[in-house]
Design a protein around this ligand. Structure first.
Ligand SMILES: *Cc1c(COP(=O)(O)O)cnc(C)c1O
Ligand SMILES: [Zn+2]
Length: 411
């Protein structure tokens, strides 16, 4: 006998402005609050979710982020644009952790389609855009978001426009180009690229998918929080160290923990959230140190960790709120520490991106200052694979030997 599988569905109810509380419908295309410009966040009928799903019932679901179907915003399954993203590995790093005296874990989004966690946000945003009839999408990107958008747009059959800094990683440029996006290099930084999208989007009929300019990328990114909780048996680590650029990852994870508590799947305990930035671009660290409410533009932003080269994150206030509510902190590290930590991760068989490496560098600083105690459970979030960073990491100098070599040159 064939049993019709029960179709899972979204429990999304409405969107709400994070600043003024105005509500918006999720059944129409929305960007930011039309009253105050605040970011819109999706709300769900979590009581309904609680009544229909249990933690245990997730066990048989496919190992992708879409296993959290009920708390994702897409109404109809046929609109889901998926390449099998999410449910990436989470495992201990004993060799790196033991000398540091902490119980060290990594969540590895280097294993994502398009090589970075940006696929999470683009999978939900492109799915929802397609569901609402959007045909043409655009965004400003430091590299990986553009690659992910171009990829998911290609899969969905949408036209994509990507604006990235001229010196963005060449692999990301290539990725967008191969995926058939219209790619423009901007003689400036990501905020200049964002201003171009803002200025031209009406004229060219684009829907702006830039960070937090639409409500659904953060929904995909919140699955990082769901996965961390589920993979750790519904307990959370003491500390999560996250490389922070635009901040959607951090804001998304925090939203996830709030929803999970409402669902009764976790308790009220939270990890202390640490934002790691590069010394050459540390606007959040500066604002946190000053006790400011908002984030000011960081002058002359530069770092090898291009994904966190965001001189003025649009979600500055929200990032600071997460750091403070969680009892967390913000720390900056140098590019040479970052590159050194790329090498250190290799002892665990991991080729992390510079942003991911920055988390280890940040943790070392926090151990030195005593902010992290020996014996704590610390999760480093690796946001992407090192394989996308050929420019930053450089081609190694290696010995070349003749075809018929019978002796190796001295090392
Ligand atoms: C975009 C990006 C970041 C920053 O993430 P946010 O959530 O925007 O702060 C970190 N690492 C990599 C590899 C990225 O592409
Ligand atoms: Zn508002």
């Amino acid at each position: 006998m064939y049993i019709q599988p029960v179709e899972l569905h979204s429990f999304i109810t409405y969107l709400v402005c994070s600043r003024c509380g105005e509500r918006y419908e999720h059944t129409r295309v929305q960007s930011v609050c039309t009253k105050c410009g605040g970011t819109l966040f999706a709300r769900y009928d979590l009581e309904g979710v609680k009544a229909s799903v249990s933690r245990n019932s997730l066990k048989g679901r496919p190992p992708t982020m879409w296993r959290y179907r009920e708390v994702l915003p897409v109404l109809h399954d046929e609109h889901i644009v998926s390449l099998g993203e999410g449910y990436t590995p989470l495992y201990p790093l004993r060799r790196l952790g033991e000398p540091l005296g902490v119980s060290l874990l990594v969540k590895d989004d280097g294993a994502m389609p398009t090589g970075s966690f940006k696929a999470r946000g683009q999978s939900t945003a492109i799915s929802k855009a397609r569901e609402l009839g959007v045909k043409r999408v655009a965004l400003a990107s430091a590299g990986n978001a553009g690659g992910a958008m171009a990829t998911y747009a290609a899969r969905a059959g949408l036209e994509a426009y990507v604006f990235m800094p001229r010196d963005a990683p060449s692999v990301a440029k290539l990725e967008c180009h191969v995926m058939g996006a219209h790619v423009y290099l901007v003689d400036g930084l990501i905020n200049h690229a964002a201003a171009i999208v803002q200025r031209l989007r009406e004229r060219y009929g684009w829907f702006d998918l830039s960070t937090l300019k639409e409500p659904y990328r953060v929904e995909g990114k919140k699955t990082m929080g769901y996965e961390v909780a589920e993979q750790l048996g519904w307990r959370l680590p003491d500390v999560i160290v996250y490389p922070t650029g635009g901040g959607t990852g951090l804001v998304g994870m925090w939203k996830a923990f709030g929803e999970l508590e409402e669902l009764g799947w976790i308790g009220s305990g939270r990890p202390r959230i640490v934002a790691v930035q590069a010394e050459g671009c540390a606007p959040v660290v500066e604002a946190f140190r000053k006790g400011a409410e908002g984030v000011e533009e960081f002058p002359d932003a530069h770092t090898v960790a291009s994904g966190i080269r965001v001189p003025k994150p649009y979600a500055g206030e929200q990032i600071l709120r997460v750091l403070r509510e969680s009892g967390g902190t913000a720390v900056s590290v140098s590019d040479s520490e970052i590159l050194e930590c790329v090498r250190e991760f290799a002892c665990e068989g991991l080729f992390v991106c510079p942003e991911g490496a920055a988390t280890l560098a940040g943790l070392k600083r926090l151990l030195d200052s005593g902010w992290v105690d020996r014996g704590e459970v610390v999760l480093l979030y690796n946001t992407g694979t090192g394989l996308k960073y050929l420019d930053a990491l450089g081609e190694p100098t290696l010995p070349t030997i003749p075809k018929n070599a019978d002796l190796l040159p001295a090392a």
